[in-house]
Design a protein around this ligand. Structure first.
Ligand SMILES: C[S@@+](CC[C@H](N)C(=O)[O-])C[C@H]1O[C@@H](n2cnc3c(N)ncnc32)[C@H](O)[C@@H]1O
Length: 463
């Protein structure tokens, strides 16, 4: 047995990258110890400098690619690397999709204990660029200049000043440049997350699925209204696709773009949109799925899995503005949505009316509270199908029992986080073995990032 090589921070190594970690870092080994190196790929031979030698793993910084992996391509974006937005632009798109499929399969098996999985059905994007329906940019400061972009990887404070973001439609980049140029004319600094001083905080931009119209929410610290009034006059003139403009005021110390107060500044108060057959309206803070090309297909897949005949009661839990419930309503007897954000609920009701849908009801509250003691399922009809689409953290532990007690023949779980999905499915499948995994579908909702959207359908064998 040879002694393990002693490795020191700062040391330069020649490495062969073997695999890609779940966080998209290339993994090489030295003396059996894994070393993680960002922006590298399996098959790369690299020069790298050790930056961390403490357990559980070592880390190194890429210095040079000596021999490139056959999967490597030139990233489209000039900001790739420092920008925390995309991790995978150097990996050819078909390999990104393959890697996500393998990652999902491994997570469901290892974390979810699902050894006999049906083959994962993968829906990728024909054009994996300009796909985001929402971008949340942050203001930063470089000397006397206001910058606007995305957080630098691993930093809460530093902002990469973005010229163009290729995962967003081009009119969003155009708007970004105009906001930045205009904001620099008022002599007001950006908000500093350390001192909590400064004015400009976030620019949250939404675009409509069907026409590419833009809605802007410019979030600032408490301050004078004049700069915003001037921008509300100037920006829509320079960016004609901007149809709705809000000012948000936030004095919160946490780094979240949701304002405490919103002032409507011009254009239309709502952004009009459509997904499939369903028309809908939103305000800047409503939840809408962030992928322009694949939201329709995901709702179609849910309809396929639900196999509705017109007699069913369907529950859409964590329903946002109700788009899943509304797209299933015409095929069902009744649909019920549950959502904790009152503004989302009021827009779900408004959107039902907009589509002339009368068999949809939306309730405001936390799913775990409304399901406690099966209250909701006792008050309403017994569910024939349930869709859950929780936030990244997954289901609250109090939700498992009432979900299973409902004995719904079809239980669909839409998730943006394979880890919480696997954890929740493991509990559900162990507690009620009458449920089986009917299908697993992966939607590549977030090309060039490590993220994905998954739809798992559980079917219950009749007693
Ligand atoms: C991933 S989104 C679901 C969106 C929706 N299914 C759609 O397709 O547009 C999750 C939603 O759950 C809501 N939410 C978060 N925690 C909740 C809870 N404990 N109970 C009910 N809704 C919750 C959020 O406000 C958000 O609208």
């Amino acid at each position: 047995m040879f002694p393990k090589p002693r490795l020191k921070t700062g040391e330069t190594l020649l490495l062969e990258v073997e695999t890609l970690s779940a966080k998209a870092q290339g993994v090489a080994t030295v003396g059996g110890r894994p070393i993680l190196v960002r922006e590298t790929l399996p098959g790369d031979q690299i020069q790298a400098q050790l930056t961390r030698v403490r357990p559980p793993h070592l880390e190194a910084k890429l210095l040079r690619v000596e021999r490139a992996s056959s999967q490597r391509i030139i990233p489209r974006c000039e900001h790739f690397g420092p920008c925390g937005g995309c991790d995978l632009q150097h990996l050819a798109y078909e390999h990104q999709v393959l890697w996500k499929t393998q990652t999902l399969s491994r997570t469901l098996k290892e974390e979810g204990g699902m050894n006999a999985l049906p083959e994962i059905r993968v829906v990728s994007m024909e054009e994996p660029w300009a796909y985001r329906s929402k971008m949340e940019f942050s203001f930063g400061q470089e000397g006397g200049r206001v910058t606007l972009g995305l957080h630098q990887r691993g930093s809460f404070q530093r902002i990469v000043d973005i010229r163009a973001c290729h995962i967003a439609p081009p009119n969003i980049s155009e708007l970004l440049a105009v906001i930045k140029e205009a904001a620099n004319r008022f002599g007001l600094p950006s908000y500093d997350p350390k001192s909590h001083q400064g004015f400009w905080r976030y620019a949250v931009v939404r675009t409509s699925f069907d026409r590419g119209d833009l809605m802007l929410l410019l979030v600032t610290n408490e301050g004078p209204p004049e700069p915003l009034e001037a921008l509300a006059e100037e920006i829509p003139r320079r960016v004609p696709s901007l149809k709705s403009f809000y000012w948000g005021i936030s004095t919160k110390v946490s780094d979240v773009a949701s304002p405490s107060r919103m002032v409507f500044l011009g254009g239309s108060e709502v952004l009009e949109d459509r997904v499939g057959e369903i028309r809908f309206q939103i305000r800047p803070t409503n939840f809408v799925q962030p992928n322009l090309g694949l939201t329709g297909p995901i709702y179609q897949a849910i309809a396929e899995e639900a196999q509705l005949t017109g007699r069913e009661a369907v529950y859409d839990l964590y329903c946002g503005i109700g788009l899943i419930a509304l797209s299933l309503a015409r095929g069902a007897k009744a649909v019920y949505g549950v959502e904790s954000d009152p503004e989302n609920v009021s827009f779900a009701q408004r959107n039902a009316a907009l589509n002339g849908i009368a068999n949809a009801a939306f309730l405001c509250g936390k799913v775990e509270d409304l399901l406690k003691g099966r209250t909701l399922f006792k008050a309403g009809p017994r569910p024939d199908a349930i869709v859950v689409d929780p936030p990244r953290a997954g289901l609250h532990a109090d939700v498992y029992a009432p979900l299973l007690d409902s004995q719904a023949p079809v239980l669909m779980y839409l998730s943006c986080n394979p880890l919480s999905l696997a954890r929740d499915l493991k509990v559900l499948l162990q507690r009620d073995p009458a449920y089986r995994v009917g299908s697993v579908r992966l939607f590549d909702f977030f090309p060039h990032t490590t993220h994905m959207e998954t739809l798992v359908t559980l079917r219950r064998a009749p007693p």
